[in-house]
Design a protein around this ligand. Structure first.
Ligand SMILES: Nc1ncnc2c1ncn2[C@@H]1O[C@H](COP(=O)(O)OP(=O)(O)O)[C@@H](O)[C@H]1O
Ligand SMILES: NC(=O)OP(=O)(O)O
Length: 314
């Protein structure tokens, strides 16, 4: 029987240029269409770390050079990245559906996600964005611009920005209605545009929300059966990148929590995915969270490959 699946596509798995991203989303479209053809209902979210970093750097460089007449805050950059990536995913899915003769509509909902202005995350940047640079380059930029950099999972140094927890999704009813009508919905791109409540309305704030955290909230609000987090690796591992590394297959929520406490998952990369998976299945028998690669996603649903997190009977 078909399931309601919230799929989160990693921003790093989308590549670093227009052509790379188009190629990557065309591959994603094949896996997504396979999941749809087997009767599942999909809502798609995606990351934007590399893309929002590129947009912010490019536009604010243009501003400082006098090429454009306005600074571009992070909320606006998130909105731009949601349109850019949403368009590519829409284009790839529509093309793939046409090829297969599948009658499916696709829509991107540019989504505002409410955060708490008092969230302690505003006092300490933690979310890696933009390109990877060497240690020396990171030191130079930090001196020049006052940005904060961290080492990111053995891949180089990246700028970090505040990343508050998502509290609510403003457009949730629009997303639900489109999905209930049978459309494939792309929503909460880049974790959503961070907004805070003001005078009965909302206002954008300078931050980038973690899309894994928002995907968990979205899957919860839609009462999905499966949260599927797709990234560059087939499995979550303990002792990652060490000689005694072990890939996790089916793992109970409680065992995974133990591995979190033992410090196996890198902050800002694998840890938020694991936390989203734990949050989604906690105390909910029958729900599953899957963390795997795009290429492995169909096998994960059909044969249980990849890392599958479940709530065990106590
Ligand atoms: N324990 C771990 N197991 C597997 N991968 C890990 C682990 N810790 C860190 N990673 C790294 O985290 C990456 C996924 O995070 P990231 O690239 O930030 O996600 P996204 O795909 O959402 O952009 C993996 O490709 C891997 O390099
Ligand atoms: N916003 C966000 O979580 O992006 P990544 O998936 O690229 O880190």
């Amino acid at each position: 029987m078909g399931k309601k699946i919230v799929i989160a596509l990693g921003g790093n798995a989308l590549g670093n240029s227009v052509s790379e991203q188009l190629a990557q989303v065309s591959e994603a479209a094949v896996s997504i269409a396979n999941l749809i053809e087997t009767g599942n209902e999909l809502v798609i979210t995606h990351g934007n770390g590399p893309q929002v970093g590129m947009i912010h750097k490019g536009l604010n460089h243009s501003y400082s050079e006098g090429v454009i007449g306005t600074e571009m805050p992070f909320a606006e950059c998130s909105a731009l990245s949601g349109g850019y990536i949403g368009y590519h995913i829409q284009n790839a899915l529509v093309n793939e559906f046409k090829k297969r003769g599948l009658d499916k509509q696709v829509a991107t909902v540019i989504t505002q996600v409410v955060v708490d202005p008092e969230d302690p995350a505003f006092n300490g940047p933690s979310k890696p964005i933009g390109e990877f640079v060497s240690f020396e380059e990171s030191e130079r930029i930090a001196r020049e611009k006052g940005y904060v950099f961290v080492e990111d999972s053995g891949r180089g140094y990246r700028r970090v920005v505040p990343s508050p927890q998502p509290v609510d999704i403003v457009e949730i009813e629009a997303i639900r209605k489109l999905s209930d009508e049978g459309m494939v919905v792309i929503a909460c791109g880049g974790g959503g545009i961070p907004v805070v409540a003001v005078d009965g309305g909302y206002k954008g704030v300078d931050a980038v929300i973690d899309k894994d955290a928002t995907s968990n909230l979205l899957a919860e609000l839609l009462d999905a059966n499966v949260l599927m987090v797709l990234t560059a690796v087939d499995n979550v591992a303990i002792n990652f990148n060490k000689p005694d590394m072990r890939k996790l297959q089916r793992v109970s929520r409680t065992d995974l929590e133990k591995y979190v406490l033992e410090g196996h998952f890198a902050k800002g990369s694998m840890l938020p995915k694991v936390q989203a998976a734990i949050g989604f299945v906690r105390n909910r028998l029958g729900r599953e969270a899957v963390i795997t690669s795009l290429e492995n996603s169909a096998l994960a649903m059909a044969e249980g490959n990849g890392t599958i997190v479940y709530e065990a009977l106590t």
